[in-house]
Design a protein around this ligand. Structure first.
Ligand SMILES: *[C@@H]1O[C@H](CO)[C@@H](O)[C@H](O)[C@H]1NC(C)=O
Ligand SMILES: *[C@@H]1O[C@H](CO)[C@@H](O)[C@H](O)[C@H]1NC(C)=O
Length: 261
C-alpha cells in the first residue's frame, strides 16, 4: 500500500495545475510529516482518501481455507400426511395339508324338530318350518330355513309325521336339495288322520334335506295346534362315508372338521 501512495505522489507532481504551495519555515515542526495523507492543506495529498477506494482488495486475500467440520444434524421435520393406499398384493401360496384325522373319531349327526302351527299351501312351493326343537346336535338342522345340512357324508335315516286336515289334501315331499325323494300323501277326507313317511338317503357334503309343501293348485294343508305337536321331522346319521382315513391314506374332511357349522 505504501508503494501505491508513492505512485500517487509522483502523479500529483506532474499535475499540470498544482495548487500553490504555502510558505514554510524551518521551524514549522508542528506540520505533520509528508505522506501521512491526513493533512488537507498538503496539495496533492488532499486527494488520497478518495483514491483509496480503488484499492483492489482481492490481491490481499489469502488462500482458501480448509473445509470445516460437518455440523450436527438438524431436528427431524414434521411427519407428512399418510400416502395413498398401495395396490393389492398377490395371493399367498397354498398352506400345508393338516394333520391326519383321528381314525377313532365318532361322527354323530341327529335332529328331531316339531311344529305347533297348522300350515296351508300358498301360490308357490314352501319349506315346512318348525318351531320346536327336541334334538339338534351341533345345529346341523337350520331352524330358519327348515333344512338339514349334511356336515358328515354318509347314510342317513329321515322320518316325517303329520296330521291331515279334514276335507283337504295332504301333499308333502321329502327333498334332497331340489329333488323330491319321497311323498307324504293323503286324499281329502272327512276324517283327519296321522300320516308318516320314512326313508334312508346317501348324503354328500352340503346336501340339504327338507320337507316341502305343495302349491295351491292342489289346495292342501297340514294340521297342528298349540296344545300338541302333531308335526315332527327327524333324521340321524346311520353310517358315515369316511371313518377316519381312506385306504389310499387321504382323509376326506367333514364340514365339522373344516370348522363350518
Ligand atoms: C481485482 O484483482 C483480481 C485479481 O487480480 C482481478 O481478477 C479482478 O478483476 C480485480 N477487480 C477489479 C474490480 O479490478
Ligand atoms: C346340494 O346342494 C349343495 C349346496 O348347493 C351342493 O353343495 C351339493 O353338491 C348339492 N348336492 C347334490 C347331490 O346336488
Amino acid at each position: 500500500m505504501f508503494g501505491f501512495l508513492l505512485v500517487l505522489s509522483v502523479l500529483s507532481l506532474v499535475d499540470p495545475v498544482p495548487p500553490p504551495v504555502p510558505c514554510r519555515q524551518c521551524c514549522d515542526d508542528l506540520e505533520p510529516a509528508e505522506g501521512s495523507g491526513a493533512q488537507p492543506v498538503m496539495g496533492g495529498f488532499s486527494r488520497a482518501p478518495e483514491i483509496r477506494t480503488y484499492i483492489n482488495m482481492t490481491i490481499l486475500k489469502g488462500d482458501k481455507g480448509d473445509r470445516g467440520d460437518r455440523g450436527t444434524p438438524g431436528k427431524p421435520g414434521h411427519e407428512g400426511p399418510p400416502g395413498a393406499r398401495g395396490p393389492a398384493g398377490s395371493k399367498g401360496s397354498k398352506g400345508q395339508a393338516g394333520l391326519p384325522g383321528d381314525p377313532c373319531k365318532v361322527h354323530d349327526s341327529a335332529f328331531s324338530v316339531g311344529r305347533r302351527k297348522s300350515l296351508h299351501s300358498l301360490e308357490s312351493y314352501q319349506a315346512l318350518l318348525f318351531d320346536t326343537v327336541f334334538v339338534n346336535l351341533d345345529e346341523h338342522f337350520d331352524m330358519f330355513t327348515g333344512k338339514f345340512l349334511c356336515h358328515i357324508p354318509g347314510v342317513y335315516f329321515f322320518n316325517v309325521n303329520i296330521h291331515t286336515w279334514n276335507f283337504k289334501e295332504t301333499y308333502l315331499h321329502i327333498m334332497q336339495n331340489d329333488t323330491e325323494r319321497a311323498i307324504v300323501y293323503a286324499q281329502p277326507s272327512d276324517r283327519s288322520i296321522m300320516q308318516s313317511q320314512s326313508l334312508m338317503l346317501q348324503l354328500e357334503l352340503s346336501d340339504e334335506v327338507w320337507v316341502r309343501l305343495y302349491k295351491r293348485e292342489r289346495e292342501n294343508a297340514i294340521y297342528s295346534d298349540d296344545v300338541d305337536v302333531y308335526i315332527t321331522f327327524n333324521g340321524y346319521l346311520i353310517k358315515a362315508s369316511v371313518e377316519g382315513r381312506d385306504a389310499d391314506g387321504s382323509s376326506d374332511l367333514t364340514l365339522d372338521e373344516k370348522g363350518i357349522h
